[in-house]
Design a protein around this ligand. Structure first.
Ligand code: ADP
Ligand code: ADP
Length: 233
């Protein structure tokens, strides 16, 4: 199974004088093929949840299942392995390596696994074509627009066949036209069956998802589908 299950997730940060409960028992499922936007005011627990979905941190209690893997029970090494092999990260700041070409950047997650043959290059080329960069294969990031750089990051996020694309404010650095292009690409990937989890504070961006989960004070505040009419608007 490729579904994600967030079950009674609690995260506490222990400080010198107090304990902060950043998540106070959050539960929701992300079925394979879903497209979820996570929203909420500053301090509501979005980053904390994102860090756990990205296997960068573990909950204090509760369970987080990625497929059959329970993240809560893993060692740091197991967590690092899932993070590099099964999560597709997309960040506001693209996080590309300036010295590498488009195709090489897309292959970076494979490089960490020591897998870099002709087959892997062919896969990276195919993904570059899928995101509309078939004519930019040997360009470097500084020769690309912001939107093109984000396309490279999205192609990179797919190279490992991840449980989901985990996108943190992916259009935060882009103008409105380019934002629309990137959101259209997410639509296309979701139509093809890719699961997308997106954190954003922009209503327009969130409404392109199939569903909006809102956090407030570390609790799930609402979990509602987005009407088709709004998605198409
Ligand atoms: P959001 O991303 O919605 O702004 P966060 O997950 O960053 O929310 O924060 C949720 C709560 O947890 C806040 O009260 C924040 O101050 C606290 N918090 C987040 N990270 C840490 C940390 N590393 N140490 C202590 N408190 C933290
Ligand atoms: P922010 O938007 O809050 O500045 P980022 O979106 O850059 O943060 O990163 C979110 C989280 O992911 C952070 O905890 C950061 O340490 C981690 N992170 C950043 N870059 C990577 C990466 N290339 N691979 C894995 N984790 C990363």
């Amino acid at each position: 199974s490729m579904a994600t299950r967030i079950d009674s997730l609690v995260k506490e940060y222990v400080l010198k004088s107090e304990t902060v409960r950043a998540l106070q028992g959050v539960s929701f499922d992300v079925p394979e093929g879903d497209y979820v936007a996570i929203m909420g005011p500053s301090g509501s627990g979005k980053s904390t949840l994102l860090n756990m979905l990205g296997c960068l941190d573990q909950p204090t209690s509760g369970n987080l299942f990625l497929g059959d893997d329970n993240i809560s029970l893993m060692t740091d090494d197991q967590l690092a392995e899932i993070r590099s092999r099964r999560i597709g990260f997309v960040f506001q700041s693209y996080n590309l390596i300036q010295q590498l070409t488009v195709v090489e950047n897309i292959q970076v997650p494979l490089y960490y696994q020591g897998k870099l043959g002709p087959k892997q290059r062919a896969r990276a080329v195919e993904l570059a074509e899928q995101v509309g960069l078939g004519d930019r294969l040997d360009h470097r990031p500084n020769q690309l627009s912001g939107g093109q750089q984000q396309r490279v990051a999205i192609a990179r996020s797919l190279v490992n066949d991840p449980y989901f694309i985990l996108a943190d404010e992916p259009t935060g650095n882009l103008d409105s036209v380019t934002t629309d292009e990137i959101l259209a690409l997410f639509d296309q990937l979701n139509e093809e069956g890719r699961t997308i989890i997106l954190v954003t504070h922009e209503d327009d961006v969130a409404e392109r998802a199939r569903r909006i989960v809102r956090l407030k004070d570390g609790l799930l505040y609402s979990d509602e589908p987005v009407e088709e009419s709004r998605r198409d608007a």
